[in-house]
Structures are given as C-alpha cells and as structure tokens.
Design a protein around this ligand. Sequence first.
Ligand SMILES: [Zn+2]
Length: 240
Amino acid sequence: MHGFTQDPAGECDCGKCLEDAVSRRRFLGSAAGAAALVAGVSFSGTAGAQSTMAPDDALDAMMEGNRRFTEGRLQSLNEDLSILKAKTAEKQEPFAAVLSCADSRVPVEFVFDQSIGQLFVVRVAGNIATPEIIASLEYGIAVLGARLLMVLGHSNCGAVKATIEGKAVPGQIGVLYTPIWPAVNEAGDNLDAAIDANARMQATLIGRSSTVVSAAVKEGKLKVVAARYDIASGVVSLLG
Ligand SMILES: [Zn+2]
C-alpha cells in the first residue's frame, strides 16, 4: 500500500508514486511525449481509438440526429446504457467535437440525439474560442480523433445580447465581452446577425490559431463548421 498523503493531483508521497510522477512529467515535457499524445498513443504504448468516420459522414450523423430530435424520435435514450458504459469505460472515440454556449437551453447531446462517448463537448458562455477552449478542442481532435468540429451558436444568446448592450455586469462576467465584440462590431445591434457572426468568427479563429485543426483539415481528417441552434424549434442550421 502506498503512503497516505495525497497531493492535489492525487499522487501520494511514497517513493514509488514520486518516481512514477517524475517519469510521467518528464514524458509529458519531452518532444516524444508531445508527439505521442498528438498521435493518440497512450502511456502504455497502445494506440488510442480513433473514429474511422469521414468528416462529411460525421456531419450527416449530427444533422440526422438533430432531425430525430426535432421530430421527437430520439434513439440515444433507448440504447443500452450498460453496454455503452462498458464500451467507453477504458477509452473514448467521439466522432465530433462541439463548441457550444453554456446556456441551459442548449443540451448538446440531446440536440443531436447522441449518447455516451459520441460527442466531445466544450461549453462556455458565448461559445468563445479562448486558449483553454482551443486546447480542449485540440485534444478532442488530435488525441481522440474527432472528425467534425462544430461551433454552435444559438438564438437569444444572453452573452451576445449582453455584449451588444455593453452594460456593467458583476464579477468577471465582462471578460466575455471582449471575444464577442468583433462579431457585434460586424453585425451591429441585430442580435441574430451578431449570434451568427460570432459562431462563424470563433470557427475561423480556431482554424487560424490552431495548427492541430488546420493540419487535420488539410489532411482531410476534419471538417469545421459553424451552426446556429434555434431554441424555440430545436432546429440546427449550418451557417455558410
Ligand atoms: Zn448563449
């Protein structure tokens, strides 16, 4: 049995654990470690699972799932959860990554009728592409093998609305304004137009600032799309 003192990372302070932790950090800090992570290779040396779906098929699967959602024909809830959990306990191979708003009316898996392990969802108010968000999406794409990256804005988005109004807000909420401002600057005070512009701009920003995303797109392994979710109808529309 190892020692009792746990550090915040969950490692105890016995010699064995400290040694493991140091070698793990060395691996992560090395070029080989970084390359192995990008290639989807786990620490044990086994290849990570990757979706074999083509990017266009991944988009079709999402849009078909949204049709089932709007027509009240959800299938994902009928799937056997115990089998799904058993299949995903040791690995995940989501076929799509989604950047959506944190809004409680945008339940991403429901909206696309997908179940456990199928979507890699990153949520933040205003679906903005900050460095941590881009890093998370890169993980979903480079390591887990997602074939589609969708930036999903939604109707009546409070974050975009607040940016248009520019009112004083408590705490740190105002930091959300800065990344949304370019879309408001382009679209003016029309909320729907600003929401669409924001989704498009965040998708473009990810493509430009992430070498992982741009390389995957160039190799035909990834498709990046911007879309809008209508919270009244449940319909997702792709933005050209
Ligand atoms: Zn929102």
